[in-house]
Design a protein around this ligand. Structure first.
Ligand code: 5GP
Ligand code: ZN
Length: 110
């Protein structure tokens, strides 16, 4: 997606503070952090949100979830919150699926 800001980050066309990268995923620091540590984990492939996945993505999504505790541990997070917003009504502003990883201070109950 040529007009997608996260695809541009994947392509190296705009800078980001990367904390993790492999062949399928990239994690970087949110530009406007809502917690002491606020990371975004994305698939490199442009997927809009959870409404855009199907059975063929099962393994990819499993691997995505498995990377989260590793990234959190590398950031020194014992506990953290993981959020993905889906659609305008769900508060999604960037339409390339991403998982927020928030932590580093005590988060309020949800
Ligand atoms: P959403 O509301 O779509 O779930 O979250 C989008 C997130 O992307 C927001 O927390 C916002 O601060 C972050 N964000 C938007 N543009 C950029 C950017 O260019 N670089 C980085 N690192 N984060 C961004
Ligand atoms: Zn994209």
């Amino acid at each position: 997606m040529s007009d997608c800001i996260f695809c541009k980050i994947v392509a190296g066309q705009i800078p980001a503070s990367k904390v993790y990268e492999d062949s399928d995923f990239l994690a970087f620091r949110d530009i406007a952090p809502k917690a002491d540590t606020h990371l975004l984990l994305i698939p490199k492939r442009h997927i809009v949100n959870l409404n855009d996945i199907n059975a063929a993505d099962e393994a990819l999504l499993g691997r995505l979830l498995l990377t989260i505790p590793n990234i959190a541990a590398a950031e020194g997070l014992a506990g953290y919150r993981t959020i993905t917003n889906t659609g305008v009504e769900g508060g999604q502003e960037v339409f390339h699926m991403h998982f927020h990883i928030l932590g580093g201070d005590q988060l309020p109950g949800f």
